[in-house]
Design a protein around this ligand. Sequence first.
Ligand code: GP9
Length: 406
Amino acid sequence: EEHKEIQRWFREAAEKRKAHNDTFAAYKNSNVIVVQVEALMNFVIGKQIGGEEITPHLNQLIKDSMYFASYYHQTGQGRTSDADFSSNSSLHPLPTGSVFVRFPSHNYDMLPQILGEHGYETGAYHAYEGSFWNRNAMYKAMGYDHFYNKQHYMMDEPLGWSLGDKSFFRQSLDFMTRESRQPFYAFLVTLTSHHPYQLPASERKLDVGEFQGTLFGSYLESVHYADEALGQLIEGMKQKGIWDHTILYVYGDHDNSLKDKEPYEQFLGRSLSEFDMHQIMNQVPLVIHLPDNGQAGVYQEPAGQLDMAPSLLHLLGIETGSYYMMGNDLFGSGERFVALRSGAFTDGRVYYTPSADGLFEHGECYSLDTRELTDLEQCRRGYEEAKLRLSISDRVIQYNLLREYR
Ligand code: GP9
């Protein structure tokens, strides 16, 4: 019975995702470059400090791109590895630990593997120790043809934990264009904007005024650096002649771990409610640049990391009906539902924040229209749905159910 219920859930999800509209296969055989940016949060997008933009290059990119202004990270304890797992598998991370570390040999429907089967050359790029987060094992299992890690890069810009993002992007682009045939799928994980966000004086180019010398100020500086590096990546893509036939998909992996409300209030110039803080800590930006600047605009509908694999497959014209994926198709017309690992969820109408004990009655239900508390009952159905999704995902991962279902 349990197996039947799980399989039925995925079949229905695939049915809801099904959409043969104009965007299906509209970018067939395009290259895909995904950039997962370390600790990049949504609240900095479009914002200034002392008259200077924090992320001028992303803001510029957004003008010609799809910008998802209500995009949630869905990570748990596995942090960066969770964002990577959820985006590529369209399943939730685990309640404890990291799937990369705990279950790397289990079966999943993974984007690199699927794209490989459709003629793509696939590569993961991250200029740090290959063993961190068990990437050596996991990337192999995910079906990547290549994993470029610290040992492949020249350390010509030592910064923070390892190599600076600017050099990382430059060298990664070289690997992509020299060593991969097209179309390729490239998954890049940046590192410079990692906690505790310390940059040498030569790279601290943003005047953070009153935040000077604080962790929050350092965060803004390091995001500003990461943004400049992204600008160079875009320039590099244009110079290498791949801009016009490459989908660029950029998102933040998780929050910055700075949970104290005060600097956010100071920075945004207004007092913040619990609801506001929940949004700030859980929203990361998603920017999708399509060749020909297609579909550009600001999208307010909720979306999350689990949506990456089905959405990219839609654009490339690969049916997802037979895959065990949970996310929304951002290009389909189906209803949107985003569950966070904590049990929080949104359906675009309400937003539920759970209590520490997980009891429905102890959580809070907000209307997204008013941003105020609303009748708790409005959230009951969504609460049950989020719980069910998380539990199905956990069972698929822990008991390796896809091995049986295939
Ligand atoms: C290290 C990097 C950081 O390889 O991915 O991971 P995090 O500490 O942010 O989870």
